[in-house]
Design a protein around this ligand. Sequence first.
Ligand code: URA
Length: 434
Amino acid sequence: MRMYDLIEKKKLGEELSTEEIYHIINGYTNGEIPDYQISALLMAIYFKGMNVRERYDLTMAMRDSGDILDLSSIDGVKIDKHSTGGVGDKVTLVLGPIIASIGVPVAKMSGRGLGHTGGTIDKLEAFPGFNASLSEEDFISQVNDIKIAVTGQSKNLAPADKKLYALRDVTATVDEISLITGSIMSKKLAAGTDAIVLDVTVGDGAFMKNKESALELAQSMVDIGKRADKKIAAVLTNMDEPLGFAIGNDLEVIEAINALNGNGPDDLMEVVYELGSQMIVFSGIETDKSKARKLMENAVASGKAFEKFCQFIERQGGDVAFARDINKFKPANYVIPVEAKEDGYIHAMKAEAFGLASMSLGGGRETFDDVIDMSVGIVLAKKVGDYIKKGEAICYVHANDKAKAEHAIEMINKATVISADKCDHMKLIIDIVE
Ligand code: URA
């Protein structure tokens, strides 16, 4: 099989066979096929796409390039949740403990933040001592014991994706549905759960900027999950404005703790309850989504969900005193209000720019080697649809460096649109693909 012929074939829009796709993925993973030929193929895929069968083979070949977790020794239906990324997205921190407290096993591999989006593992490391790299054995026994474990992605999980993603990143081929499907689903399938609930974000701060492309991606991932015999659903959620009020690591952890204690922002809780009720239905604990939602609400109201969170943090070595007393988190040196320049309704708080502003304060990474400042970020005082008076705070910038704060404030002002016309609050749940 010559790589040249396979590139030519895809360039002409022809279908690649299962054998050819495995040849490409295996050859690239073990270094036999060079970057320049894969780059050409990626661009051909970008323009000609892949059909569902090719996407499935691509996903499976990438999954098979490394370890596949065997979670069969965990009792019950194991469920994973994945978000395609957003700003202020602390859903896993709230959702995981709630459904674990109801008895749904949560065996979750999470990532670190990059660019304008944050990562769950970074946020969990806000608890001093938290261990985010569990061995497979400890991961499994923890889920059996307390129903929840969250660990960083093991090094040999879908290694083909690591190489391909890095290449896509520098060849302008990230935003192609078949390639995104292969990338996300190969990792989800290698993680070994029985069911997957996907949070496909849509809007300014998301990969998918409009509903049509998000729906196409959601359908593509659901198709592949079903072919692989997984229970799978995707929920399209709005990411035009940040989720909740807090952006930044410690600030988001504090918001998540408040949410678990019954004081969560409406939009955050809407996403948590929608994804969670789907997960509970997949688990078989409840068949009706509205009853599943009631179970979740009760778990929060009774304090059961928060106690599960504390148990989980403690089990992974984190200092749970921080969860029980949020005043233990060291605040940033400066908390500066960003004031509205006019009266009116807020029409936009562009999520990507808010995420980048938080990153510029030191709260995020440009490259994987950057060190994060946990205390900085932004706390919104208003959401899209709210009325604001001139001089009132749009949000508060939490900074450790005044020059960085000035720069972030400038970015926030550019990203906020205020107008006299009335404007509705944003609809959070855009669509569901089951
Ligand atoms: N997230 C991934 O893991 N891969 C993609 O291709 C896009 C988002």
